[in-house]
Design a binder for this molecule. Sequence first.
Ligand SMILES: CC(C)(COP(=O)(O)OP(=O)(O)OC[C@H]1O[C@@H](n2cnc3c(N)ncnc32)[C@H](O)[C@@H]1OP(=O)(O)O)[C@@H](O)C(=O)NCCC(=O)NCCS
Length: 483
Amino acid sequence: MISIREIDPADLALFDEWYDAHRAGAVAGREAPLVGAREALGFSLRNPGPLKQRIPVGAFEDDRVLGTMLFEYRLTDNLDSVEVEIDVPPAHRRRGIGTALWQWAVTRSAQLGRTIVQTEVAVPADPAPGAVFADRLGFQLEHVEEHLVVPLPYDDLRLEELRSTAGRPDGYRLTSWAGLCPPEHQQAYADLHTAMDLDVPTGGMTREVVPWTVEKLEASEVRIDRTHLALVTMAHTEAGEPAGYSLIYLSRGDVENAQQDDTLVLREHRGHNLGTHLKLANLEQLAKHRTTQRYLHTWTALTNAPMRKVNARFGFRAVEQHRELELRLPSLRPAARGVIVDPDDRILLVRFEFDDGPLWATPGGGLEAGETVVEGLRRELVEEVGLRDFADPPHLWHEEAVAEGHATGYDGVLNDYFLIRTDQFEPAGSMTAEELRAENVHELRWWTLAELADHGGRFAPRNLPDLLRQALASGPPTTPLGL
Ligand SMILES: CC(C)(COP(=O)(O)OP(=O)(O)OC[C@H]1O[C@@H](n2cnc3c(N)ncnc32)[C@H](O)[C@@H]1OP(=O)(O)O)[C@@H](O)C(=O)NCCC(=O)NCCS
């Protein structure tokens, strides 16, 4: 059976195993993948910054990690969105592990009240598993970039030729540095970052741009500097006005790859070959600081014709597409529910009363912020039926149901159901009858399978009698059944 859990990145042995699976899933089938280095990712996860929460999640079978997810969300802006990256090594694909990780992401997003999920997929050639998988989940393609590489060390002859045809950057001064931005350039460099965020094409991806300040730049650079050496060239006009910049990262933990990150020329300075001059000057820095890196990677929007032209001149070759996708989830109220079954296969159900009549459902209830689904289940079952002290239960079903009227303020409900085998007991939770009534719970009783089958009224989940019969006959599924 597969179980999905957050991993503790401070547990170094577990993090290593998780990272190996993450990497194996991410690089499979790709000619020139660029995956965050072990040290860089480990550092970032163990030392969370103030702007972003990053959660490493594993799919476990008998304590072995078979699949991974990075679940991330920003803490001060873009408060409706989360980002997910799911990676399953080829040996474990098509067993539902990716789907189980995805279900975890949907539940956590609902807990956070976030309804926009964003992801990126590398596509060396169609059909790529990640693209098919995301399409099946309902993601929409919003933006496409080309991922390009050029071999290192950079060809001196080509550099010489580019330099001589580019001529001089008349009217501009170029300044280069490695590492942190010198204090006298910080304000201009922060403003250029804001311009970059506003200008960079991202298609239909939802994105709130927050202006950069010197403080934010400093904090971000100090953080990045722990794991990457930044090589920057900035262009100023003769009058000292900033005109553009280009940025390369040398990851301190990746001996193979260097990354050509942002290159920006402000609109009013375009058409002077400044992009080429910036890249040339920064490649000189790269020649000085490069150690063993064999590839320089970059990404350019398919729609960005000028930058594609510059890239081609520099000898970059496209190796794959980088697709950005987005999915809008309904706003669902997340709940954990116990399928509590006694040795005679009787199940404990609660009766809710709605305007449209009674509904028999499994005990449990809404998740609170910050608790895991199983923690929520334990809390709810103590309150509602007085059941405690059960081993971590198998996850049976994951239900997403858009339905009016069953969860005020939401589009519907999201239920994760767990199988709990127990002796029969007289349900008596810590909540009083009045408190239960306030939660719309009117009755609790045990049902035999035959009673379920004969009942003409409604259950939640709707086909509970069949689902339960199936689960009891064949045992819990390896990964939760999606309802
Ligand atoms: C995409 C990925 C995570 C899927 O993991 P997985 O564990 O194989 O996923 P599942 O078994 O849950 O597959 C769910 C469904 O996706 C579709 N799917 C997944 N891989 C597919 C493939 N190679 N070809 C066709 N359909 C595929 C199928 O509909 C599948 O259901 P089925 O097996 O019942 O037909 C895995 O292939 C991977 O790690 N790829 C590289 C990284 C990536 O692109 N991630 C996606 C971005 S988040």
